[in-house]
Design a protein around this ligand. Structure first.
Ligand code: HEC
Length: 399
């Protein structure tokens, strides 16, 4: 029952996380589009005299909208001002809660991979927490340093450091956990940008105006820089959040480099659209992204590790006894593996039928990607993998 409750809590948190994330990414896309699409009003117009630096007209949902942006701020603030922060906070809080129940509370199964490094659960979780907090501290210091004044340079440095993080995590944690913790580190940077920089800066600007002082334009500029960084982080981070469905990426021997290529493609695609909003059609950014993704597709093609020769007949009975020994602690109607409440991914391998039906999936997990048994928790041998490979490639006979 307790495991079931945790599972359902995970479901609700995931639902919330995805919805809040859509709202956050949506407003990020919208405001960057808005900012990039503004045209300055004519110099002698009333708008220009009011201090409007750009405006646009849009039609949506049966109405016409006319947003205007003020160079620093309007002469007088309206009483009602909309803020955008709870999308970010909700996404981070629900995501972190999900991280705790899916990964940290089951660290031995979900984070530790003895073929990568034999860690205790506490060490694995410690590495996860350190990567999230450390990433924010290093990133924030970099942005505040003199380097932070060079937009292109800081982008390259941040990209390089995050790739270094991916490399380091892929040497200490299992593939999925390594990817997810790169993602939660970026997500932490993004939410912290909102919490520690953008919103406090905006609060100072509003307070100055309410007190009849001119707001400090440095607050605006700093908030803008962090907000643009967040915009470029969105595509890589969303990929990482769905990456756990694609073992070919995170279980690759150079998983960190695969992630760097996909992330670079994501940044280039975002850049194409951001330039597009300004009226440029820089299709070479899209072409470059497509080339990187093409490289990823070819580079992650399955490469089956050589297996020892099989001795003796390959029968379903033989496969069944291997699966019974190595898989059913998790893949049964009532799993006995600690922390697993339901058969993972709905795959039940207790019966001969279950094995025959799932033959191709078993082959994929056991022979091609070698993701299963998860973290090789049940210590499957190469001889056993060879028997499964021989059985499936001979047509998975039901005898
Ligand atoms: C320690 C627990 C554990 C053991 C042991 C284990 N699995 Fe899994 N298995 C999982 C989990 C967790 C998932 C779900 C992964 C996910 O959500 O992507 C899974 C998913 C799967 C899937 C579905 C993957 C897909 O998306 O198609 C297959 C097939 C599978 N396992 C086969 C096996 C086989 C065969 C063995 C034995 C050689 C095995 N597993 C041993 C935990 C385990």
């Amino acid at each position: 029952m307790e495991a079931h409750l945790i599972e359902m809590l995970g479901m609700l948190l995931r639902w919330l996380h995805v919805v809040a994330g859509i709202a956050w990414v949506g407003s990020s896309f919208y405001f960057v589009w808005l900012d990039d699409s503004l045209d300055p009003p004519p110099p002698d117009s009333e708008e220009a005299r009011k201090g409007v630096s750009g405006e646009l007209w849009a039609v949506h949902g049966g109405g016409f909208y006319n947003p205007q942006k003020y160079a620093v701020a309007p002469a007088r603030l309206p009483d009602k001002l909309h803020w955008f922060k709870w999308e970010a906070y909700t996404t981070w809080l629900s995501g972190t809660a999900l991280l705790v129940i899916v990964y940290w509370m089951r660290a031995q199964a979900m984070m530790v991979d003895p073929t990568v490094a034999s860690l205790t659960s506490a060490q694995a979780v410690g590495i996860g927490i350190a990567s999230m907090i450390g990433s924010w501290i290093v990133y924030d210091l970099l942005c505040r340093s003199p380097l932070g004044r060079h937009d292109g340079l800081i982008a390259l440095i941040v990209f390089g450091l995050l790739t270094l993080l991916a490399w380091e995590l892929s040497r200490t944690l299992g593939g999925r956990a390594a990817y997810i913790h790169v993602g939660t580190s970026i997500g932490t940077i993004m939410a912290a940008n909102v919490f520690f920089v953008i919103i406090p800066g905006q609060k100072r600007m509003v307070a100055a105006m309410r007190a009849g002082r001119k707001p400090n334009p440095a607050d605006g500029a700093r908030g803008k820089q962090r907000s643009v960084h967040n915009n470029y982080f969105t595509l890589p981070v969303v990929f990482i959040m769905i990456s756990n469905h694609y073992a070919a990426t995170y279980s690759h021997p150079y998983a960190w480099a695969v992630l760097a290529l996909i992330s670079a493609a994501g940044v280039l695609m975002r850049h194409f659209f951001n330039r597009r909003h300004k009226g440029a059609f820089s299709v070479h950014y899209l072409v470059a992204a497509a080339v990187l993704l093409g490289v990823v597709v070819l580079w992650t093609a399955p490469h089956i590790q050589p297996l020892p020769p099989v001795t003796g007949p390959v029968t379903l009975d033989r496969v069944r006894s291997i699966v019974g020994q190595r898989c059913v602690t998790c893949h049964s109607q009532a799993p006995t593996f600690p922390g697993i409440a339901q058969p993972p991914a709905g795959v039940v391998l207790q019966t001969a039928d279950g094995i025959v039906q799932n033959a191709q999936r078993i082959y994929q997990q056991v022979v091609v990607t070698r993701i299963m048994p998860l973290g090789n928790a049940s210590k499957m041998t190469d001889e056993e993998r060879a028997v499964i490979a021989a059985w499936v490639t001979s047509g998975a006979p039901a005898r």
